[in-house]
Every structure is written in C-alpha cells, then in structure tokens.
Design a protein around this ligand. Sequence first.
Ligand SMILES: Nc1nc2c(ncn2[C@@H]2O[C@H](COP(=O)(O)OP(=O)(O)OP(=O)(O)O)[C@@H](O)[C@H]2O)c(=O)[nH]1
Ligand SMILES: [Mg+2]
Length: 265
Amino acid sequence: MTETQATHGKTAVVVIPTYNEADSICPLVEALLATAKSSAPQWSVRVLVVDGDSPDGTAQAVRAAMQHQPALDLMVETKKAGIGAAYLLGFERAMRQHAADVVVEFDGDFQHPPETLPLMLEAIDEGCDYVLGSRAIPGGGYPAGWSLYRHLMSRGGGFVARLLLFFPWRPFFRITDPTTGLKATRVRGVLDRIDFARIRSKGFGYKLELLYHLVQQGARVKEIPLRFQPRRAGESKITNQTPGEILRTVLWLRLFGKRYMARGV
Ligand SMILES: Nc1nc2c(ncn2[C@@H]2O[C@H](COP(=O)(O)OP(=O)(O)OP(=O)(O)O)[C@@H](O)[C@H]2O)c(=O)[nH]1
Ligand SMILES: [Mg+2]
C-alpha cells in the first residue's frame, strides 16, 4: 500500500447543490478542502458541485477553480430541477465515480460552517452512520436577524415534521432538527440500501424522505451542533410553496412511507 493510500484510506464527497451561488462557491470549496486537510487528514475529501444551470456563472467559476483544484468536480443539470433532484444526482456520481465511503450534504451559501465537516467525519469514524447538524441542541442556533416568519417556519415546521414522522417512537426524542440540510451519511449498508428512484420529492421534501427512510432502516444517528449562519450572498431558493411541499411529504410518509419502502428495498 502506498503512503497516500495508507493516509487517505476513506473518501468523503461533499455534495453542494448550487443555483446562483457564484459569489460564495469558490471561497467555500477552498475553506472546506483546507479544513479537511488540517483537521481530517485521514480522509480523502472531494467536493462535487451540482449546479442547476445557474445564469450567474456559478458553473464557469467552478470550472475555472477545477484547473488548479483536482479534488473538485462539477455536474451541470440541464435546468434547475429542485434541491432534492440535484442531491440525488450528486449522490449517484459520488458513489459510482468517486467510490465515496461517505457523502456530505452541504449548502453552497456559507450557512453551514466549513469547520463542521471534520466533526461530522469524526462521528463517522466513531461508528455513526448518519450525522446531522442540529440547530436545536446546545451549541447550535439560528442566524441573528431572522424574521419571526423564518423562525416559525423552521422551528414550528421542524416540530410538526418530528411529530408526524416519529411520534410516539424513540426517534421523536432523538431527532431535534428534522429539516436541517447539513448531513453526513455512510454509504455502505446505509445510503446504498436506498432506492433513489423511490424518493418522491425533487424539492426540499427530499430531506425528510431520506431522514425517515434512513431512521426506519436503523441507521446509527448522531446530532452535532449547527450554528446556522446568515446567508453571505445570493438569494434563498425557499418559496412560499416550500412549507406546503414539506408538509405534504411528511403526511404522505406517515401514512404510506413504511409500506412503500418495505415493498421496494
Ligand atoms: N442545483 C440546485 N441547487 C439548489 C436548488 N435549490 C436550492 N439549491 C441550492 O441548495 C442550497 C440550499 O438552498 P437555500 O436556498 O440556501 O436554502 P436554505 O438555506 O434552507 O434557505 P436560506 O436560509 O434562505 O438560504 C443552496 O446552495 C442552493 O443554491 C435547485 O433547484 N437546484
Ligand atoms: Mg441557504
């Protein structure tokens, strides 16, 4: 075994979906790779950007960065198709092409602090399968200056999602922030047991679907604190339809989720 193989035995692919994130994406990629190199040297970390054909030049900026950054990869969708669709595309490529041992879900707007990456990989090293960044446990939190509406949507919506997905079972008490977007998932025996064709939501609801199925499947879950930052640049892709889409997804999962996956996986 070469030295590189010995020190970089495991591969983590950080998948970042982007739509009009040209101002943040390159500094974010640099920060992620730098923190991984210094604080998780036992991991080979790659970053895969899945761009929804952004008109602001996000993909061009990534392509330019790829010239000097071999750990960076890019997929460009034919058109913006939802955050869930982008992640599933990215997971497929991470698993098939990059032989990922772990895939990480990470926002492209610096709301997830890059320093959380080594902490998530450390939890995977300890034996966890599914590491979730939680804004609702000590050490985590929401951005200062968020409107009452955003707090209500995030905290109230999160509570309703927990209730519908898990009450009165044990996961209800363990999953404190079900709508979080920061996650690290072990591939072998965990993510590779999910049939992506059966994930129904192409938008933000995919988060709840994957959470539900992975928890049902018995993934060993750990939450780490997530201090969710204000957006650095660009605009939110959350619309007035997003809360309704998430609510429909969790209701459907509560009613049919268990039987649906049991038939297919
Ligand atoms: N490729 C692709 N990326 C998307 C799509 N929707 C959202 N994203 C990206 O997914 C990440 C999360 O989306 P955000 O709009 O930041 O969602 P959020 O963080 O919950 O909301 P804010 O706090 O308002 O930013 C960002 O990097 C977006 O650019 C999409 O349809 N396609
Ligand atoms: Mg965001």
